[in-house]
Design a protein around this ligand. Sequence first.
Ligand code: SF4
Length: 553
Amino acid sequence: MSELYLGRTVPRLKDWGGRLPVALVFPEAAQHGLSTLGWQVVYRLLADREELAVERFFWDPTSPRPRSVDSGRDLGLFPLVLFSLNFEGDFPTVLRLLQDADIPVTREERPSWPLVLAGGPLAFLNPFPLLPALDGIFVGEAEAGLNPVIDVIARVWNSGGEKSLALGEMARMPGMLVPGQSLLPVHRLVHVSGSGELSEPAYSCFISSEAQFRDMLLLEVNRGCPYGCRFCAAGSIYKPPRHARIETLKEIVSRCQPQKVGLVGTALTDWPDLLPFLRWLQERKIKFSLSSMRADGLTEELLQFLRHTGTRSVTLALEGASRRLRRAMNKHFSEEAFLEAVTRISRMQFGTLKLYMITGWPGENEEDWAEFESFLVRIDEARRAGQGNRKKGVELISLSVSCLVPKAWTPLQWAAIPDEEWFKAAMRRFKKAVGRFKGMRFAGENPGQARVQMFLARGGEEIFPCLERAAEVGLGAAVREFDELVREVLHRPLARDSVFPWERLDIGVSRKFLYSEWTKYRHGLVSPPCPDSGCGECRLCGMDLLPSLSHGS
Ligand code: SF4
């Protein structure tokens, strides 16, 4: 494996003498951790501090005991274990890693060190299924306040103090949830500079041949998204939307000197400096790739540039089967702009167009599917219009359909979930519709697996026994054994005043706003995007940054 850490070949391994040893655990295979920005931000934050000795752990099913990839040390030797929570499916792996390291799995069985903490995007979405295993949860963006928490732990550990002493202090710190001790709700910590910019964009500190995005420097262009799509958790939990400055990104690239850059952001084409930055990369002969883009952001100029620099495939999100559904989800989607983009993409001879869609929307029915079939005809026509007489252009349209997982902190948290048979019927319908066209391909998510994800996303501590069982027999088998609980969680009645497990957190967006957006979903009413001027006087979503604000430079 070739790996670069901030220009050096390997991270510097520090001696433990006088330092707090920290295990930073990504509970998935190394290739995913090495492609996950948030986890790497935390690594860099901690590795930069001389008084800490941070080492990396990944999930390796071939290893009987979890061992540091840096020193080979056993996880059980570390007084501080930090888990990065990114996907609900990782919950059982967290328990399995603790078990394999002979660390008592629940905090009740673990009165003394190690201290087990969790952070990451799921920590401010819904970490509660895992709560019985955790001594604490850091709720928010690491740059905004993880270091002071680590300071407390290091001080208590270095002075030979008890874990309970550290937890008592941590319970009162901003962004910390210490079960049974912190005042609820715990406010999310967010890093917003005085100018409202993303002053510290995330970037990979590891550039690795083993990463999913091989040998690539991942670079965060923007965080949060202004459009307010009603199903999107990232749009909620990363509010307010913030753009990085082009100078900051250029400086990072110049320092790291990568061969490839992957631009990451929830609203890439909203970044006014996208094209100038891509040109700057091209002048330096640095390859690049972009995550999915909005159809209305694909200008002629941007597409020309992408095509001339070797991009062969474009991904567009369609999200819903019909105009009615896209309106209900507040997608701000124009069919005309979409079809124009398809023609343009085909005219410029991109080989593949990937379309992404979701099924399982509240109220989705036969009429929506019929409309989708007609829309596919228009998409095919738009593609052919771009091909012209030369019959060149988009050769393959690949439609990928996933099942809606109603997420915490979105207006759809009140949505009822269709049963598995409904999803199967929907997938059959989409597959058949796509099958009628030459040069179109269909890929559908497995509804059974999606159902497991919905269960994990919606549950609270009551599902912990199922996670413990999953650590032994795998998620699929455990979920089958706990079928009654799964049904109870997935189909619990949801009323306006239903209290969700995750409401022990406060991520800044108000319940009143979310419920009014849910009402608007049901009435097919749209809401405006965040204003360009930023939060300023806007209080539309209830976001009041003052209680959770951490001012940067
Ligand atoms: S307060 Fe307004 S601008 Fe700020 S995140 Fe909410 S909706 Fe967007």
